[in-house]
Design a protein around this ligand. Sequence first.
Ligand SMILES: *Cc1c(COP(=O)(O)O)cnc(C)c1O
Length: 377
Amino acid sequence: MTGHNRFERFAAPGVRSLKPYVPGKPHSKLERELGIKDSIKLASNENPLGPGPLARAALSEALAGVGHYPDGSGHALRAKLARLHGVDIAQVTLGNGSNDVLVLLVETFLVPGVEAIYAQYAFAVYPAAIEASGATARIAPARPGDVVQPLGHDPIAIVAAIGPRTRMVFIANPNNPTGTWLAEDELDALLQAIPEDVLVVLDEAYHEYSAPLGVPDGTRWLARHPNLVVTRTFSKAFGLAGLRVGYALSHPDVANLINRVRQPFNVSVPGLAAAAAALDDRAHLDATLNLNRAGIEQLRAGLAALDVSAPPSAGNFILADFGRPAAAIDELLLRSGVIVRPVDNYGLPHHLRITTGTSAQNERLLSSMAQALAKAR
Ligand SMILES: *Cc1c(COP(=O)(O)O)cnc(C)c1O
């Protein structure tokens, strides 16, 4: 839509300057536009294996129950998550994806006049949610591009951005789209440096992928820091992105407040059932993690052979740095039926984010990339 919006002046002030989130291009759209079939999408950090057998079985069974509203308290899933994390059930809040939980936190705590901090290149949902609330965003400059954890969160810059009006700090560990992470000692020190009256939202959407690399499990600090909220999701390693289930672990008093804002039936009957079942499917999670580790290596090595650098990533994606505008390369990849994610909306026009696929999909990406680079020279 272009031009004047006749309802613009009636919109909430924070909404007027918002731009809609641009998701990865759907296959169907690309295939329609180019008249091709068999495109592959490595753009949205989905699990190429999808849900595991236990989640699939639970989904089929849940079908019979969709005529009824779900359990609004999500008791069974919350009880299971509480056991898993060694916390009280009153500390678990479910969301329609962790995106929902992030927005609920903002709606619960941010108002015009207060400030929230996120790091430069942090996940795009934070700035959008803050802006919509009318609160003021403070962006903590990221690390430079030529150090370890390039473009990653800089704890010193984050602490420096805290002021008397700061209510919330977002930390993505690891971060999307950079794949970077804070180590245990860095995160420990950062949590200690943030005042207790500032809520710390620690987004661990990629925790299952990052844990084997030694990236810390933030839930271990919940008892020490009542102002800490850890968010997790079933969309990434558990392969349930289409069902929309995520959750927050927090102090029960924080959970109590979020719960006042939460829609009573925000997680669906199939979502509750499949998520609970997915937690039991260790074999599927292991297969996912193995496939991902191999995929990250395959993509990084294949790109290095093409002279494209992609730093280590603790997620299921890499951030490829082309050292020049990447739009032409993205366009050539699209024409060959390979969808990746441009990140110019993050201020990274020289990069593309690529999700790990199956070995064959990664191979196809690499061969399309070789051709695109040869043409775009
Ligand atoms: C994908 C992602 C999420 C949210 O995903 P949901 O599907 O809403 O659970 C949250 N944070 C980060 C950093 C992500 O990459």
